[in-house]
Design a protein around this ligand. Structure first.
Ligand code: FE2
Ligand code: FE2
Length: 380
């Protein structure tokens, strides 16, 4: 049995507790409650929270009071996120070990390892962004509650990559350090780090229009590009292997992550739009253009490295075309007036299915345990 006071200790066998002891403990706690009545939580001097007064940022309402909701959709996001509950231990990885050792070509191993290498660092960065730079600036608790779940999910994603690395038997130090020594991976992380660092201060005054503009662009980058494009399309090379019956356990893990990321992107985009509306903010089109351009250049360099040799059914051209197509979709969701990449067409018509496949279609084919899941939800 796990000792919850000391979770790292060896499991101990506990004696069953005598019913009389339980009864005594309960009667003691009842007596204590009687002698120490609940404090009067209703302070007559405070006005009740009015939902209309809430704001995404710069609000003055009580941050500790969840309802009444001004943003009920944020609460719905939280409830739906809890329907995609899973852990990496739920997925059988046995066949992946054999595939990696016996079936993958050197080019496919290069793709697999470098995608994992990028993802490990990316999800830590995503966790720090939402937990340390974004969440603290929100002034409505229903937004923070979903973001708290998001922080957990980013940690879960990191666990998932670590689980894959351990199971396949890859050299951890080498995989985790790769982003430091491979410039094409590093520059993508560096770009995101720069966006994160500029808003990673608790003393930012979001009543200052320049600071506000910078914060909104940063959150937009993380939701629409980092999560909405780079993650959404970043798993595709592994899905291409999955479609050929290879590395199916890893791919299934990534499908769960992709569901989370689709929600993160949708939530972030919605919050960004809400801020723009509430703060009556006009975004500088030049800065938005620069954001798309630098994201594309970073993706191009990364893609040309991981897919320097195409693998069967997947190439750098495919990957980049899909990036542009998804970027247009995110711009559209943001309500931006122009497509960043006019005329881009879907190069991977099967990609959306990876996020939307339903349980009845045997999506969870290798799953060991059953949870209630959000299989009937649309995740995009
Ligand atoms: Fe993530
Ligand atoms: Fe995310």
């Amino acid at each position: 049995m796990l000792d919850w006071n000391d979770p790292l200790a060896k499991p101990v066998q506990t004696e069953p507790v005598e019913p009389a002891i339980v009864e005594k403990a309960l009667s003691g706690s009842k007596a204590k409650n009687k002698n120490n009545p609940e404090p009067d939580l209703v302070n007559k001097n405070l006005d009740p929270v009015n939902a209309d007064d809430k704001r995404v940022i710069n609000g003055q309402t009580d941050i500790n009071q969840l309802a009444p909701f001004k943003y009920p959709w944020a609460w719905t996001f939280f409830l739906n996120a809890n329907k995609n509950h899973w852990t990496p231990l739920d997925v059988n990885m046995a066949q992946d070990v054999s595939d990696y050792r016996n079936k993958l070509t050197p080019e496919e191993k290069h793709v697999y390892e470098n995608v994992l290498s990028y993802l490990t660092t990316s999800d830590i960065l995503a966790m720090r962004n939402i937990g340390l730079a974004v969440m603290e600036k929100m002034s409505a608790p229903e937004l923070q509650i979903y973001q708290a779940r998001q922080v957990y999910e980013e940690a879960l994603h990191t666990w998932t990559y670590q689980h894959c690395i351990e199971t396949i038997g890859l050299e951890q130090g080498e995989i985790y350090n790769r982003y430091r020594v491979v410039p094409e991976i590093h520059q993508k992380i560096a770009l995101a780090n720069r966006r994160l660092s500029s808003v990673l201060h608790s003393d930012i005054d979001l009543r200052d229009r320049d600071e506000l503009h910078n914060f909104v662009i940063s959150y937009m980058f993380f939701a629409a590009i980092f999560e909405g494009c780079w993650f959404y399309n970043g798993f595709s090379p592994i899905f291409a292997l999955q479609r050929r019956g290879l590395m199916k356990g890893t791919a299934e893990q990534l499908q769960y992550i992709m569901r989370d990321e689709v929600m993160h992107a949708a939530f972030g985009i919605r919050v960004v739009k809400q801020i723009i509306q509430e703060e009556n903010l006009t975004l500088d089109p030049k800065e938005i253009r620069a954001m798309w351009d630098e994201a594309y250049e970073a993706e191009k360099s990364y893609t040309n490295y991981i897919l320097r040799d195409p693998i069967l059914g997947y190439s750098a051209e495919t990957h980049l075309a899909q990036f542009q197509y998804i970027a247009n979709r995110r711009a559209n969701q943001l309500g931006l007036s122009e497509d960043p990449f006019p005329g881009a067409e879907s190069a991977l018509p099967w990609l959306d299915e990876q996020a939307n496949l339903r349980k009845e279609k045997n999506f969870f084919e290798t799953r060991v345990t059953e949870y209630q899941t959000g299989g009937v939800l649309t995740w995009d």
